[in-house]
Design a protein around this ligand. Structure first.
Ligand code: URA
Length: 211
């Protein structure tokens, strides 16, 4: 049954690249490159429902009414630090988007998010806001980040991630049923340390080579 809250981008290119990313022997450079490539493909899905209008243009041969994206401008919000890996790719497709950053770390004991940075574009209420974070694990950080963005005025939000755990999806569904999620895969479970299993390990460490 289709779930309007969750879209899994079950596309051969996405799934193949994700398998490469999951493999422990994949290098930092390849991991980063694959994440950038997948972010293009996820961005394709997360922007699918943007409203369209038309523009009167002149081709070298004929005048025509040509389709263009209409409506609100976009804001891309990266949840630090791993969100930056998805941000780079989506910015290549939408270079005019405004960009914001939310810094949250997970307290290793409580697994609850603690805010350390918040800088987002002004007038979020007039933008479609796409929040990016590769790993939707407990959902605590994501739900907290989305709440901060709503408090800052955002009303039209979408969430884009690489991997999700059922627990994280449920947490987001409870806290923010109005925020659709786009992911490359829904994994089996979350472990007692808050890692997605089978997952791919710590996305930030693998992206930045910090382990
Ligand atoms: N964050 C990660 O980087 N990996 C997980 O599995 C869960 C949260």
């Amino acid at each position: 049954m289709s779930d309007p809250h969750l879209t899994i981008v079950d596309h051969p290119l996405v799934q193949h690249k994700l398998t490469l990313m999951r493999q422990q022997e994949t290098s930092t450079a390849s991991f980063r490159q694959l994440l950038r490539e997948i972010s293009h493909l996820l961005a394709y899905e997360v922007t699918r429902s943007l409203p369209m209008g038309s523009l009167s243009i002149q081709t070298p041969l004929d005048p025509m009414e040509a389709p263009v994206i209409e409506g609100k401008k976009l804001a891309l919000i990266s949840i630090l630090r791993a969100g930056n890996g998805l941000l780079d790719g989506i910015l290549e497709l939408i270079p005019a988007a405004r960009v914001g950053f939310v810094g949250l770390y997970r307290d290793p004991e409580t697994l609850q998010p603690v805010q350390y940075y918040f800088k987002v574009p002004k007038a979020l209420e007039s933008r479609t806001t796409i929040v990016v974070d590769p790993m939707l694990a407990t959902g605590n950080s994501s739900a907290a980040a989305v709440q901060l963005l709503k408090d800052a005025g955002a009303t039209d939000l979408r969430f884009m991630c690489l991997l999700a755990a059922p627990e994280g999806v449920e947490r987001m569904r409870q806290a923010h049923p109005d925020v659709p999620i786009v992911t490359a895969a829904l994994d089996e479970r979350l472990d007692e340390h808050g890692y997605i299993r089978p997952g791919l390990g710590d996305a930030g460490d693998r992206m930045f080579g910090t382990k």
